[in-house]
Design a protein around this ligand. Structure first.
Ligand SMILES: Cc1cc2nc3c(=O)[nH]c(=O)nc-3n(C[C@H](O)[C@H](O)[C@H](O)COP(=O)(O)OP(=O)(O)OC[C@H]3O[C@@H](n4cnc5c(N)ncnc54)[C@H](O)[C@@H]3O)c2cc1C
Length: 384
């Protein structure tokens, strides 16, 4: 076991920091901080991701993927601003969901542009009536003649309003146990009609989250990918990778808050000495650092388990729950160190706090993640 980064990993981290500092942070700063970025700005960010080789991080090398380990991908993502990193996780997870079991001509038609960052992908699984209980989707898929038809509504879909292609989880009838038979369907927005409405939320407000409505949306039959009933499996495989990655976005946010708190504690004086010389403020700083380091280690541990070929359901769930909850706690403490300054919009800590809070929801709420972990501990599924 070696906790030190290799020279190559240190280079990846340094390059990701430089990319964020020189290009991504200025790109975000050039746009209103409370409104979704224009697609042109997102494509600019994706062009940088493509240069870095991270647009399809989880795509197998034989299909054009970069052969990046999950640990290395996580080390990079921690350094990328969370709204862009969340978009990228959705994009690259969608590429793997599109790729698995797709015919060669579909891969040839879509993968090059997605890998080059010229097109953006997303995955639509959640529905107004199917959130944590993701197997109960009701968006219907009907196969007739030369077309498949999709009817239904999706909710909370990252990237939907800026995407070119969407992997949609649909229900194609019921099995003998009365559970939906799920299918993955590729919807190309240049040829299929869908309605998209942006949803406003508390944080990550330069990002894109939408409702999607399919009103007898037609797609070619060969856009129905994989085999009957396999959508749930491919959703879960990507979720297991996404969870520690989202945890690391929380770590990145907490690290920024920590740096602000350390700086402020070194200059602000009360009772004749700097805040950082007071014992309770020292404890706050120690608690924030402990939250960051323990979260980072747990997320990298989960990603390493995935790299070693483990399914890592429980470990990934544990990592995301711990890291995203710790991030909210850490930012809150950093705000406390700043007193009234901590809650000003000017400083940006309140935005980090709202951003960190949002990360608790996608790909599993803390409650559901605890149940996934405890299912492995007890052998009992306590969801129903
Ligand atoms: C920023 C963001 C991005 C997202 N991106 C996507 C995306 O790209 N694609 C997509 O398909 N979806 C996406 N989602 C949706 C997300 O996956 C769901 O919101 C999430 O799974 C929770 O579902 P829900 O909101 O319907 O909550 P619900 O399932 O209604 O849960 C509400 C509360 O009840 C608790 N709860 C539910 N069931 C149980 C139980 N059995 N036992 C104990 N407690 C329980 C939950 O923990 C939660 O606290 C995104 C959401 C957000 C906020």
């Amino acid at each position: 076991m070696d906790f030190a980064l290799s020279d190559e990993q240190q280079m990846l981290v340094d390059s990701a920091k430089k990319l964020s500092r020189d290009y991504l942070a200025p790109l975000l700063a050039a746009h209103p901080k409370d409104a979704p970025l224009p697609k042109a700005a997102m494509l600019e960010a994706y062009a940088h991701f493509a240069n870095f080789g991270i647009t399809a991080a989880r795509l197998p090398q034989e299909d054009g993927g970069p052969g990046l380990s999950m640990v290395d991908y996580g080390l990079i993502l921690e350094q990328i601003p969370a709204i862009l990193a969340l978009s990228l996780i959705s994009h690259d997870g969608s590429i793997t969901r599109l790729n698995a079991g797709a015919p060669e001509h579909i891969k040839a038609a879509y993968l090059p542009d997605l890998i080059a960052g010229r097109k953006i992908a997303c995955t639509a699984n959640s529905e107004p009536g199917a959130g944590s209980d993701s197997n109960t989707i009701s968006t219907r898929l009907e196969l007739a003649g030369q077309h498949a038809t999709i009817t239904g509504q999706k909710a909370w879909i990252t990237n939907a309003s800026i995407c070119d292609v969407m992997v949609v989880a649909c229900q194609a009838g019921m099995n003998e146990k009365g559970r939906p038979i799920t299918r993955r369907v590729l919807v190309d927005r240049s040829t299929s009609k869908i309605e998209i409405r942006e949803t406003e939320i508390t944080g990550l407000r330069q990002g894109h989250l939408s409702e999607v409505i399919f009103d007898q949306t037609q797609v070619p039959l060969d856009h129905v990918i994989g085999s009957s009933g396999d959508a749930g499996k491919y959703m879960t495989l990507a979720w297991n990778g996404n969870r520690p990655l989202l945890g690391l976005l929380g770590v990145g946010i907490a690290q920024r808050a920590f740096e602000l708190a350390v700086e402020y504690a070194g200059v602000r004086k009360q009772f004749g000495k700097t805040l950082g010389a007071h014992q309770l403020v020292q404890q706050d700083l120690a608690d924030i650092q402990t939250a960051i380091v323990s979260s980072r280690l747990l997320c990298l541990y989960a990603l390493d388990a995935l790299d070693r070929g483990e399914r890592a359901n429980g470990t990934s769930a544990m990592a995301k729950r711990f890291a995203t909850e710790s991030a909210v706690r850490a930012v809150n403490l950093a705000m406390q160190v700043h007193g009234a300054m901590g809650i000003t919009e000017e400083l940006g800590l309140e935005q980090l706090w709202r951003d960190a809070r949002v990360l608790q929801v996608p790909d599993g709420t803390p409650g559901i993640l605890a149940l996934i972990q405890a299912r492995e501990i007890t052998g009992e599924a306590a969801f129903r």
